[in-house]
Design a protein around this ligand. Structure first.
Ligand code: C2E
Ligand code: CA
Ligand code: CA
Ligand code: CA
Length: 278
């Protein structure tokens, strides 16, 4: 083989060089993607447990790469964060989601929200609240129809600064959701000072529900905590009937997961809305 006779160091160097090159390629591809509409959003229904109706959707980014096909966020969000491209990506996603809400409202008459993921890097950007305000102004979307999902662990980095930013954003009327709740070593004594509306139970606790795993108790506690603090609660990653039943028993308000529906393109989401409206 080609590597025969070469030192392990040389082979290792090759591997590193290949990885660095691949990152560079992805970075420059991502710039092109942002300039040429290769990113798109898919929407996963968030269901009211009470009656099975669609309350809203979570928007999830996808990349239609000209050579590599559809790429999932797990392969490019981290890089976007490291390179700062997440700021452009984040603004694009917010505006795209806002326009989608307007469009669905007009075409289906349905009252619904769309939840958009926000990365820590965006929250640390001093212009974040202004960027949200700009999207509201440009699209005319009703602020409360837009939700931002923030991962709990982010808030632990620079708590005071993040919390101030969240207050500034929430003053605009946009709602906030703490994502992956329960995984971030939450400092519960801070929870009341976070200006959030919704807790999203991480899917690991949902999965535990039917596995005889004691972590299922965490799902119960989060649901009770939400009720006590007058917050909404969503369970994510629901894949089985038994998980849905468990959550219903807990009086968890909203749920989301493959059991109900996968993330889908907007046209398909609209069909679901129209069927339910009829
Ligand atoms: P997340 O915010 O926790 O989103 C939920 C992920 O779980 C999504 O993966 C979704 O497709 C997947 N999922 C939904 N239902 C189920 C289920 O029943 N079982 C399982 N196993 N998975 C389920 P996806 O779309 O690959 O997104 C991964 C992560 O990428 C998201 O995790 C979020 O952190 C990030 N992300 C996605 N879109 C954006 C975005 O527009 N901006 C930013 N900053 N991050 C994003
Ligand atoms: Ca999320
Ligand atoms: Ca999540
Ligand atoms: Ca997650």
């Amino acid at each position: 083989a080609k590597a025969a006779g070469r030192s392990r160091i040389e082979v290792f160097d090759d591997a590193l060089r290949e990885r660095a090159l691949s990152r560079l390629r992805t970075e420059s591809d991502l710039r092109v993607a942002l300039d040429s509409d290769q990113l798109f959003l898919v929407y996963q229904p968030i269901i009211r447990m009470q009656n099975g109706s669609i309350a809203g959707f979570e928007a999830l980014v996808r990349w239609s790469h000209p050579e590599r096909g559809t790429i999932l966020p797990g392969e490019f969000i981290a890089l976007a964060e490291e390179t700062g491209l997440i700021l452009r990506l984040g603004r694009w996603a917010l505006k795209e989601a806002a326009l989608q809400i307007k469009d669905w409202r007009r075409r289906t008459g349905r009252d619904l929200f769309v939840s958009v993921n926000v990365s820590g890097r965006q929250l640390m950007d001093d212009d974040m609240a202004a960027a949200v305000a700009q999207v509201l102004g440009e699209t005319g979307v009703e602020p409360r129809a837009l939700k931002l999902e923030i991962t709990e662990s982010l808030l632990l980095d620079d708590t005071a600064r993040c919390v101030q930013m969240l207050h500034d954003i929430r003053k605009l009327g946009v709602r906030l959701c703490l994502d992956d709740f329960g995984t971030g070593f939450s400092n519960l004594s801070y929870l009341h000072s976070y200006p959030v509306d919704t807790l999203k139970i991480d899917r690991s606790f949902v999965r535990a529900a039917t596995a005889g795993d004691r972590r299922a108790e965490i799902a119960r506690i989060i649901t009770m905590l939400a009720a006590a603090l007058d917050l909404e609660v969503v369970a994510e990653g629901v894949e089985r009937d038994a998980e849905a039943a468990f959550l219903r028993d807990l009086h968890c308000q909203y749920a989301q997961g493959y059991f109900f529906a996968r993330p889908m393109p907007p046209e398909e989401a609209e069909r679901h809305l129209l069927v339910q409206a009829a």
